[in-house]
Design a protein around this ligand. Sequence first.
Ligand code: PLP
Length: 396
Amino acid sequence: MRLSKAVQTLKPSATIAAATKAKELKASGVKVYEFTLGEPDFTTPEHICDAAKQAIDAGETHYTPAAGTPRLKQAICDRYQRDYNLSYEPSQVVVSNGAKHSIHNVLSALCGPGDEVIIPTPYWVSYSALVELTGATPVLVPTTQESGFCLSAEQFESAITDKTRLLMLNNPCNPTGAAYPVETLESLAKVAVKREIPVLSDEIYEHLVYEGAEFRSFASFGEDVKNLTIIVSGVSKAYAMTGWRIGWTLAPVDVTKAMSNLQSQQTSNPCSISQCAAEAALNGPQDCVQEMLKHFAERREYVLERLGNIDGLSFATPGGAFYAFFDVSKFFGKPLQGGVVVNNSTEFCTAALEQAHVGLVTGDAFGAPGYVRLSFATDLQTLEEGINQLEKFLAG
Ligand code: PLP
């Protein structure tokens, strides 16, 4: 059958594809060290699961308003007020089927053919694909390991043309773990205001920030910045709720209305039961988030120490999220385990899985040739054994 132009060049998500390959190997009976997926390994906290069970018993099993229940929207507004002193009205919230869906809504509401969207690289796999789906053009702006993989105000400003519709910012960043310094954010915000460029600020890892780094919401640099910002976040990463599929946007009312209309035609409401669970996550005790963060911090320390001791690997210290993103290009063209020689990150990841049974994601998928991503959202023992395997693989 003839496919639409929009999907003809669409590739499946590289992280999901890498995880599928690792799962296939595992299914064949091989012990695989799985570091591909960006998904907390913890179970969803009990009080959140209980809220979902109660929601079913209470008959919360029907359509809700397309953009989310008034109760959840209020819980989201309360949270931004409480945590960041940011005032939003429920009329500025759209609750969607995960933050990925929220990003799609934003891009569909703001962009179309002929428009340009600035994306600092390395970037999360889905950004460019979702931009292209709207017919707009991603403008990739490379950041460097030396800058901690942060976009500078100068880079932002020089990428702006009369076609620029949006900057997509991800802080803390997947795949690099970059947590933007407050001053850098502020200087980006000044450019956004000066040049009147809306900013999609993907803050899905906002709670996963480690010692020495600080999280600031992009909307917090003044009313003029807030009026240009669309915050994207959700419960997936902070509350180990990836499967529940709840994300949201906070945006000016006109953009929110457009996204709400879009969603009402496209998917209707996100799952009613998940919305009740998300409400419990936001309104309930937050020590579960701190508890998970403690484990992530311990794993991060461990991984950075181990990788730092491997000759030939280099990386920028991740201030947030749960990824180590490192440069493996020194190993290209040299025999690795089993005598295998690789010439790029994609070949490196294939060989690491086949030879050492270590699942990593290629930097090529993130617009960062030469790099690979290791997710440390897994237990310490798996990390220890997997990095031992990686060391053997690199030693050849
Ligand atoms: N944004 C970034 C940067 C992510 O890494 C992810 C998930 O990996 C998402 C958005 C999507 O989150 P959700 O599972 O809520 O759709």
